[in-house]
Design a protein around this ligand. Structure first.
Ligand code: NAD
Length: 264
């Protein structure tokens, strides 16, 4: 059901051409927000995606192809947001990648890319969005961390380090905005069946000679007590809550939505 809670506001969702970012962008559009999409993918697919969502929810949409590992691209994207919609009211730092390998085998360039995209990009977007949010005395920053921002996992050193860093950065952002109408919180999902996780499912199925379905069940059985994947729609609903008046005093939390993973 459409709502106008965020009408007149603009949300920038990084990494929103797929998976969780796309789910959150849809949920914010449903609340009436204009959306700036970002991320990689086939140009035709992206054009259709953001035009269709604009029509479906009757909101303004646009796309910027900033590479979130590049500060100059991020600066250009924030300039674009100001030109197109007059600023960013809701910033969702969602773009992320990962790589799985033991520390001694971990390629240094992959380490750098994971830290740049999953952590440092949030510093750059936030530092550029905060002055406008503070001026308006309203803003929402939502950082897509992970259950890996709360607990460790072997073979994911860079990812776990970046996500723990993002949870820390969330707390500092919340403290620096505590006396304003700007809030900052992190979302910490467990397994969500997006292309990022599908690759792990495929790798596991190939490695163990099992079916795709069996690999999914095995992933869930190991870590996620609910036995079910979290969905982008559920994460979108949490982002909407952070944006709602009921979320005004929710500040600096790392909110897991992980089927019980971190409770173990
Ligand atoms: P995904 O692979 O489906 O989507 C990632 C998005 O980021 C895509 O739009 C991609 O184009 C974009 N992206 C990647 N590198 C980029 C770059 N350099 N510049 C701009 N955009 C870039 O992944 P997802 O599962 O939807 O993950 C989204 C976020 O949620 C990530 O930060 C991820 O770490 C986090 N997360 C995912 C899960 C999960 O189970 N899927 C769990 C916890 C946290």
């Amino acid at each position: 059901m459409k709502s106008s809670m965020l009408s007149g506001k603009t949300a920038l969702v990084t990494g929103s051409t797929s998976g969780i970012g796309l789910g959150i962008a849809r949920s914010l559009a449903e609340q009436g927000a204009n959306i700036i999409f970002n991320g990689f993918g086939d140009a035709q697919m992206i054009d259709k995606l953001y035009n269709d969502i604009g029509v479906e929810f009757g909101v303004g949409t646009a796309y910027h192809n900033a590479d979130m590992s590049k500060p100059a691209d991020i600066e250009a994207m924030m300039g674009f947001a100001f030109e197109k919609f007059g600023g960013v009211d809701v910033l969702v730092n969602n773009a992320g990648i990962q790589h799985v390998a033991n520390i001694e085998d971990f390629p240094a360039d992959k380490w750098d890319a994971i830290i740049a995209i999953n952590l440092t990009s949030a510093f750059h977007t936030s530092r550029l969005a905060l002055p406008g949010m503070k001026r308006n005395n309203w803003g929402r920053i939502i950082n897509l961390a992970s259950v890996h921002g709360l607990v460790g996992s072997a073979q994911k050193s860079a990812y776990v380090a970046a996500k723990h860093g993002l949870v820390g950065f969330t707390k500092v952002t919340a403290l620096e905005t505590a006396h304003t109408g700007v809030t900052c919180n992190a979302i910490c999902p467990g397994w969500v069946l997006t292309p990022l996780v599908q690759k792990q499912v495929d790798d596991r199925a190939a490695r163990e000679g099992i079916s795709n379905e069996a690999a999914k069940k095995a992933l869930l059985a190991e870590k996620q007590p609910s036995g079910e994947f979290v969905t982008p729609e559920e994460l979108g609903a949490l982002a909407v809550f952070f944006c709602s008046p009921a979320g005004d005093q929710v500040r600096g939390v790392a909110w897991n939505m992980d089927g019980g993973w971190a409770a173990q």
